[in-house]
Design a protein around this ligand. Structure first.
Ligand code: SF4
Length: 273
């Protein structure tokens, strides 16, 4: 059997792990005391995971990396390894989407693949000159052949590609972290972050859609995000070692958010629903 690129989590210092402390201190504490437990199985998450795995293997194939599973075999192997009640719903659909993606973007002849699903841990200089651990995960890095510029590509499975979706990502901790990393790694040769939108409609009779959009660069926010990272670490340290239910819950929309219910909601309300 060939090798499987299994991207895994970015860990406690990734944008997701740190972001949980900012979203809800209690949820962040739940995650620290039971890593991975704060992730709810959802149709969005499953679709995204299968798509990322398929894309990773497609680009491994383009890069000529030897010994890796084909995209379709990788999707099957990943679904076998990571059970989800939504795997059956998405496997065929994601496979079909990848075929259409490969036909649409072709062999990406103007670029070369630099890395795939790469996690990079680094230190961000905090507001008080202390160093704060942070882990960024790059879905894909491409180098443009004509000028040698590096682009960090972030795959986004979506139901619609709208300007407001781009704006909603632009100021996320994840994207600001990628902007910082790209500039630190490649300096003037950094071409920016590209959002690689892949629209997979739920209705199988509707077409897939592919679009790449440069992420707007907001230098003030990129410089300022050190305060946000510091705040997340401060909240984590404040409640370290506590029983999660002793930590204040946020009781906001996050309890039932954009991607469904909070995975710890039942503990806050004392019952399943
Ligand atoms: S249900 Fe709400 S308050 Fe409870 S852990 Fe989740 S986000 Fe926090």
């Amino acid at each position: 059997m060939g090798k499987l690129i299994d991207r895994g989590s970015s860990g406690p210092n990734g944008s997701h792990g740190l972001g949980l402390h900012l979203t809800c201190p209690r949820l962040g504490r739940f995650e620290d005391s039971d890593p991975g437990g704060a992730r709810e199985d959802s149709t969005f998450l499953t679709r995204g995971n299968l798509l990322h795995v398929g894309l990773a293997h497609w680009y491994a194939h383009l890069a000529g990396w030897e010994g890796y599973l084909s995209p379709s075999a990788a999707i099957e192997a990943y679904a076998e390894r990571h059970e989800s009640e939504y795997n059956a719903e998405w496997m065929d659909r994601v496979q079909a989407c990848l075929l259409a993606y490969a036909a649409f973007w072709g062999e990406e002849g103007g670029f070369e693949v630099v890395d795939i699903e790469k996690k990079v841990s680094f230190q961000v200089r905090g507001p008080d000159d202390t160093w704060l651990p942070y882990t960024a995960r790059k879905d894909l890095t491409l180098r443009r052949k004509r000028d040698g510029k590096f682009f960090v590509v972030d795959h986004k499975g979506t139901y619609a590609v709208l300007p407001k979706v781009v704006k909603s990502y632009a100021l996320s901790l994840q994207m600001l972290g990628l902007q910082r990393l790209g500039r630190a790694q490649y300096g003037k040769q950094f071409g920016g972050v590209l959002l690689n939108f892949i629209r997979i409609p739920t209705d199988p009779t509707k077409d897939f859609e592919f679009k790449r959009v440069p992420l707007p660069h907001y230098p003030k926010a990129v410089a300022d995000v050190k305060h946000t990272i510091k705040q997340a670490h401060t909240i984590r340290e404040r409640w370290a070692g506590c029983d999660p239910m002793e930590v204040p819950g946020v009781y906001q929309e996050a309890c039932w958010g954009r991607y469904g219910k909070c995975s710890r909601r039942h503990e806050c309300i004392g019952r399943e629903e």
